[in-house]
Ligand binder design. Structure first.
Ligand code: 5AD
Ligand code: SF4
Length: 469
């Protein structure tokens, strides 16, 4: 048994990151004819971890099911970024408990992901949820098979609060055969004062560029049309290694693999260089779309958040990107109600939104996370005020999203068709180069292809279009 520890999770030392080449083989008869139910919450990093978890479960012979009632193993891959993620997990855990008590006493319930790295969560699981069989963290996903094989009939907790290593030769059961995630970096060292990620995912550590390029080349050979490079802070890629490419160099090298579309998330404004902007502008297969979290428009709040840029610096960077990369769409993340955010601070955020006119934004009410510096600040702002601010912000954001989408009316744009649309069986959906969601008629035979689409209608969150013939 190994429990998470916040003080160990916070620690950053000079200890060298280990690059570990896994060479794991498992017997596919171990869980023959058994089924797993995997549910993933949270960000793209978690979604991609889910693809690794699925491959690991299948290496033991398990096959996937969408029905909890058919499952022999349940894996809940959790998110810790805000409190509501906790509520969702405990809600679903109730259903798992019921299933185990009433229908299937042999059901193996596993919890992993970012919440498993939290001291308080694991204590609660031990005290109040003894029916949970296995808890493992973000640092030992590679141990999943061994943990399942060796587990006894008692609750097993195996969570490491370490700075972290880099594992190679990982297999993934990818959700799509058209677009793929590729990790370029793990962890985060920014320690923004509200954020739990540096504690749940360890220190910033880059993969070696030759491994990244090898993985992308394999995806190109398999016919993938799009790759998204993943990291908490991709712009800082390579800074933790000697003799390694920087992010601009990596983008250039990956672009030259010939992958039709290349994307990346997430960028921190602090590490965004002119070289990067010029590289994105130079290569046609690097998509003109950047997610650039603002968090707040108030320089005072940004300082308290530990974001390392001012309102003016953000605006300067924003304009530089817009002026250098033609038709670049920019989206953002904004937190309202950081402790003691004043009306004036909030007006500064609205001012930045008015100046930038983002293509879209994810907006959140600040949620205190145990162990982070901001959680210790005594907050005088009521939830009611925060909710009103969120509402006002969303109205403004949505009006700009609609305006940005309306600019596409009657234009012809390239769209990568991904599959059948939620809007009806006769429609397909895909994304433009600038990451606009489009629902398209008359293109069912084009799934997996990039086609030209004429935009016929614009809404706040999507476009409608027709295949250009
Ligand atoms: N409360 C609210 N939102 C948060 N985010 C990160 N931590 C918190 C928190 N404690 C938001 C940030 C980040 C996005 C992924 O989640 O905006 O960019
Ligand atoms: Fe969290 Fe800041 Fe790191 Fe993003 S850059 S993961 S907000 S600490």
């Amino acid at each position: 048994m190994k429990l998470p520890n916040i003080n160990e999770a916070r620690e950053r030392t000079d200890k060298e990151v280990q690059y570990i080449y896994l060479n794991q083989e498992y017997n596919k008869d171990t869980f023959k004819n058994k089924k797993y139910f995997l549910r993933t919450y949270g960000c793209q990093m978690n979604v991609h971890d889910g693809e690794e978890i699925a491959a690991r479960l299948e290496s033991l012979g398990l096959t996937s099911t969408d029905e909890l009632t058919n499952a022999d193993v349940v894996v809940l891959n959790t998110c810790a970024i805000r409190e509501n993620a906790h509520d969702k997990l405990y809600g679903f855990l109730g259903r798992c408990k019921h299933e185990k008590e009433k229908n299937n006493p042999n059901l193996i319930i596993c919890i992993c992901g970012c919440m498993a790295q939290e001291e308080g969560v694991v204590k609660e699981l031990m005290q109040k949820h003894p029916y949970v069989d296995l808890v493992f963290g973000t640092h030992n996903i590679h141990e999943l098979q061994d943990l399942l094989i060796s587990r006894q009939n008692k609750q097993e907790i195996e969570v490491y609060s370490c700075e972290g290593n880099v594992y190679e030769n990982i297999s993934y059961k990818r959700d799509s055969s058209i677009k793929a995630w590729v990790n370029i970096q793990y962890g985060c060292d920014k320690f923004c004062t509200y954020c739990i990620v540096p504690y749940t995912r360890g220190k910033q550590r880059s993969r070696k560029s030759n491994e990244i390029i090898k993985e992308v080349k394999e995806l190109v050979a398999q016919g993938y049309q799009e790759v998204t490079l993943l990291g908490q802070n991709v712009n800082a890629y390579g800074k933790d290694l000697e003799n390694e490419l920087n992010f601009a160099g990596l983008l250039e090298a990956v672009s030259k693999t010939g992958i039709p579309r290349l994307r990346f998330v997430t960028s921190h404004p602090w590490d965004f260089t002119d070289e990067m902007i010029n590289t994105i502008a130079k290569y046609d297969n690097i998509m003109p779309y950047i997610h650039l979290p603002l968090q707040s428009g108030s320089t005072d709040i940004l300082k308290k958040m530990g974001r390392r840029y001012t309102k003016e610096e953000y605006l300067t960077l924003y304009n530089k990107i817009k002026n250098t990369i033609p038709n670049c769409s920019i989206t953002t993340d904004i937190i309202v109600g950081f402790p003691n955010e004043t009306d004036d601070d909030f007006q500064e955020t609205l001012d930045v939104v008015n100046k930038c006119q983002f293509d879209s934004a994810f907006t959140f009410i600040y949620s205190p996370r145990e162990g982070t510096p901001a959680a210790k600040i005594k907050d005088k702002i009521s939830l009611d005020t925060k909710e009103k601010r969120l509402h006002e912000l969303n109205e403004l954001i949505n009006s700009y999203s609609l305006a940005a989408n309306q600019k596409y009316l009657n234009k012809v744009v390239p769209v990568l068709i991904e599959g059948v649309s939620e809007k009806g069986q006769d429609k397909v959906f895909g994304y433009t180069d600038a990451m606009k969601l489009v629902n398209i008629t008359n293109a069912k035979e084009d799934i997996g292809k990039i086609i030209n689409v004429k935009i016929t209608a614009a809404k706040s969150f999507s476009l409608d279009g027709e295949k250009e013939v």
